[in-house]
Design a protein around this ligand. Structure first.
Ligand SMILES: Cc1cc2nc3c(=O)[nH]c(=O)nc-3n(C[C@H](O)[C@H](O)[C@H](O)COP(=O)(O)O)c2cc1C
Length: 371
């Protein structure tokens, strides 16, 4: 048995997922090709892109496209945002009938458009509405249900324990806590102590009980948690490496980690955390995965200009960590076909030894991410 805690299966209600490293729903990013790559690298659960409860009810074409599932995707979650309990319940029912294995409600999105419309993290200001939404969603499905939220709307109004209790009271199976408030941008460090408060609430544990559990054998811990733990709780925020994941688990007592920006251009992060050993990504391996991603892109969208434009951001994220990638990044934006992009990466690799190891590169400082 792999003693690395991230490789242990975990239950989200009736759903068992094979590990404790999952990929976040990421608007504009977690489409079929990217999800397939992350699943193959070990992401135990992935989600489609966040869908607005209003948009799905209008059966908008782009929205239905986003809800597609590839035949290879054994486990897949959906996420929705909105602020009307009736519309949310309707969307949950639709997701249920589409066969999603688990359904998540977003209460963390900081984007102005979503917040101004009263959804995402805006809900953290209205605790009673949180309960009405969660109760309505619960009544609409028997599938595992979860909510993803921030510590609070502002530092002055941290509400993580209250939100967690509401999730518990509504009978949800899982929570994911992002260790920032809505008013804190990505430059702020993640508040692990804040996440821990939410995790203790989710697990019905005092700090002392949590410490005792952490000292026990891992197998025993799992046994105990399966018996006692009403809410599976994931920690989220700034997971860019195995050591970040370990720190999140050790300091918060979370059951697993949700990776977001750390997976951009670095899907190997799932293998690294699940295996419990840092990944040495060689140029050869890197090219293999980039080409596979390009193939999945073509399978999903065809070799169209749209496919190439959607692929650009991924290639720009991949194009980090080897000498000479600055020129490669400039070239990526000049191409409008997936075949040209394949050639570009193949040509780049001809100039370097195949066993050259990639320097750990993350996309977190990338200007393409502007939430
Ligand atoms: C481009 C982008 C899109 C995102 N889209 C979503 C989304 O659709 N749903 C969601 O719950 N969170 C979304 N998030 C938030 C992330 O899931 C995560 O909570 C946040 O980035 C903090 O984690 P990190 O520091 O590991 O990136 C998005 C983040 C980024 C950067």
């Amino acid at each position: 048995m792999n003693s690395n805690p991230f490789a242990l299966p975990i239950k989200i209600g009736t759903l068992e997922i094979p590990g404790r490293v999952i990929l976040a729903p990421l608007a504009g990013i977690t489409d079929i090709p990217f999800r397939r790559i992350c699943q193959e690298m070990g992401a135990a659960l992935t989600y489609i892109e966040m869908i607005s409860a209003v948009a799905l009810n209008y059966e908008n074409r782009r929205t239905l496209e986003m809800a597609r599932r590839h035949a290879s995707e054994k486990i897949l979650g959906a996420q929705l945002e909105g602020n009307d309990p009736v519309a949310i319940a309707r969307t949950v029912k639709t997701f249920d009938s589409m066969g999603f294995d688990t359904i998540d409600i977003n209460m963390g999105c900081p984007v102005r458009k979503v917040v101004n419309a009263g959804g995402g993290s805006s809900l953290l200001r209205y605790p009673d509405l949180i309960s009405r939404i969660l109760d309505a969603a619960r009544a609409a499905t028997t599938r595992p249900l979860s909510v993803k939220y921030r510590l609070g709307f502002t530092r002055e109004t941290v509400s993580v324990e209250d939100t967690t209790r509401r999730a518990q009271a509504a009978g949800l199976q899982m929570v994911t806590i992002h260790g920032r408030t809505r008013s804190e941008d990505y430059s702020k460090p993640v508040d692990l102590a804040g996440i821990k408060q939410g995790i203790l609430t989710a697990h019905n544990l005092s700090e002392q009980e949590q410490q005792q559990q952490q000292q026990q054998q891992q197998e025993q811990i799992q046994l105990l948690r399966h018996q006692q733990q009403p809410l599976t709780a994931f920690g989220n925020g700034n997971i860019f490496s195995l050591s970040d994941a370990q720190k999140m688990m050790q300091e918060t007592g979370c059951d697993g980690v949700m990776v977001s920006r750390g997976a951009l251009g670095n899907p190997w992060i799932f293998r690294e955390i699940t295996k419990g050993a840092p990944e040495q990504v060689t140029l050869e391996e890197w090219l293999k995965v980039v080409l596979r991603h390009l193939n999945y892109q073509e399978e999903t969208y065809g070799d169209t200009q749209t496919a190439a434009v959607l692929m650009r951001k991924h290639l720009l994220w991949y194009a980090k960590g080897f000498p000479g990638t600055k020129t490669l990044r400039c070239e990526i934006c000049k191409h409008n076909s997936l075949q040209e992009m394949r050639n570009l990466f193949r040509d780049f690799c001809k100039n370097h030894p195949a066993d050259l190891v990639r320097i750990h590169a993350t996309a977190h400082d990338d200007h393409y991410i502007s939430q």
